[in-house]
Design a protein around this ligand. Sequence first.
Ligand SMILES: Cc1cc2nc3c(=O)[nH]c(=O)nc-3n(C[C@H](O)[C@H](O)[C@H](O)COP(=O)(O)O)c2cc1C
Length: 310
Amino acid sequence: MIKEKFNLDSNLFLAPLAGVTDIPFRIIAGRLGAGLCFTEMISAKALYYNDKKTIELLAVDEREKNTSVQIFGHEPSVIAYAARYLNDNPKFKSIDINMGCPAPKIVKNGDGCALMSDLYLAEEIIRACKDNTDKPVSVKFRLGMDENSINYLELAQICERLHVDYVTLHARTRKMYYSGEADWSHIKKLVENVDIPVFGNGDCFTKDDIKKNMEYSNCDGVLLARGAMRNPFIFSENENRSKEEVVDIIKEHMQLKLEFFEERRAILEMRKHIQWYLKGFKNSNRVKNEINQLTDLKEIYRILDEFKYE
Ligand SMILES: Cc1cc2nc3c(=O)[nH]c(=O)nc-3n(C[C@H](O)[C@H](O)[C@H](O)COP(=O)(O)O)c2cc1C
């Protein structure tokens, strides 16, 4: 069991989310109970070229509980460099390789999910990473490029052969992006066919979803992405949150953003989080629209406090 092997207190992980899983959100998810939190995906190539912004993305704060870094790339030598570079950073518990990103600019470059159309290269990438780090290595992938090329089982078997520590399957094809439904029967099939821990991913928005899918597939744990963006309390014992708790989390999140970014950027970035946090609450549209017009922190807090007590 990965939870025991990695000494984690939960097998519910915060999935890697580009533009979302920065230090502030990882601190919050960890505090609310996420066992492991992933960084945003990091370009191995950019690391190789010592890109300043990429290096900044590798910062980890001491308030984070357990952090795994996720890398992407399609050149074994560059991945090997990244693995050596990250191996020296004691703050990362493990290294995850992204073989699931469907974004056109990533796939066109041969990165992310494109590696599923070349399993020989995928194997070289995994080997390059494994051979250059002592840290645990995991691989996150999809069902395949499309419904006619479902090959997650072959990729998982490669991972098994190379002694990857665990795999995560997002049960959609690249062609589906984020549409349609994640098909957990594939996660079940993967669990039954490989002797390596399997984490399931896709469409878990409530504790009930998690329970149902884990019981059905018998997977080792779940990576939560959009469900956690909307409600990070999903990592806690009790996922139900009151309006007061949500406003308090928004303020905590804002304060953390302000610690790491200048005020204007923090406020702009918090707009999207506020939208997700408030989803489903009465009058939330009005509050979201009002906040989206504001750049003054005091005014934003005033609107949130009014909402809290109305
Ligand atoms: C905004 C956004 C950014 C994402 N960024 C990444 C990423 O950097 N690396 C990755 O492996 N997956 C990324 N994903 C995919 C998620 O980790 C996850 O696999 C997917 O959203 C399905 O899980 P869910 O149904 O719980 O949202 C991203 C998804 C979203 C919505």
